[in-house]
Each structure stands twice: as structure tokens, then as C-alpha cells.
Unconditional design. Structure first.
Length: 114
């Protein structure tokens, strides 16, 4: 399946790893990482919206987008967090990184066009 790079994506997080300095990483739930389990990425509006039942949606601007034949590359900053993500245009798989002071998260998931 090829995802259109210029449309809206819905992405679900399948796995979240919390990493501390010196290589200490453990699997955590999206909730434990203060992440919604689903995000909507609007590439035209440069907007990321986190979606979670029972919690208000959170919005952040996408700071930069680059698209190739094989992937979409995104990055941004929200509050004290910096993040980046890669979405495969062939499979829909997503890998993202979120960095805060002395803590990082590696997130794996899948995206589909809305």
C-alpha cells in the first residue's frame, strides 16, 4: 500500500520504548509515556493532533516535512519536547523519536491515509 505524502494520515502507536542515559530502555504504554495512542498528521496544514478517548486532543505544529518516493520525514518541537518521525510510503510503518531532558522515547507504529 502506498500512502499519499500530501494528505492526512492516522497513525497508531504499537510499541513505545522509554530510554534513560547509559542504555537503560524499557517498554512502556503510550499512556505511561504521556502519549495518546493515535495521532493525526495533516501534512498540508503542518499539524499533528494527538487523539485519545476521554482526554482532550493536543495539537502541535509540524516544524518540517520532507518527502521522497519511499518515505515522509517529519520533525517538530512542542514545549520542552523535540520529536522526529519517518513514515514508509510503501508499508505505512512509522518510527518516531521524542526527546526531553535526560529521557527519550522510541515509538513504533503504523499509518494509513485518513
Amino acid at each position: 500500500m502506498t500512502l499519499p505524502a500530501d494528505k492526512v494520515f492516522i497513525c497508531a502507536f504499537n510499541e513505545v520504548r522509554e530510554c534513560k542515559p547509559f542504555g537503560e530502555c524499557k517498554r512502556v504504554s503510550p499512556k505511561d509515556a504521556n502519549l495518546a495512542p493515535i495521532v493525526m498528521l495533516d501534512l498540508e496544514k503542518k499539524e499533528l493532533v494527538s487523539i485519545s478517548m476521554g482526554d482532550p486532543n493536543r495539537e502541535a505544529l509540524i516544524g518540517g516535512i520532507k518527502s521522497t518516493d519511499g518515505a515522509v520525514y517529519l520533525h517538530g518541537q512542542h514545549g520542552k519536547e523535540a520529536w522526529s518521525a519517518v513514515i514508509s510510503l510503501k508499508t505505512g510503518s512509522m518510527t518516531a523519536n521524542i526527546s526531553v531532558e535526560d529521557l527519550g522515547f522510541v515509538v513504533f507504529g503504523n499509518c494509513a491515509p485518513k
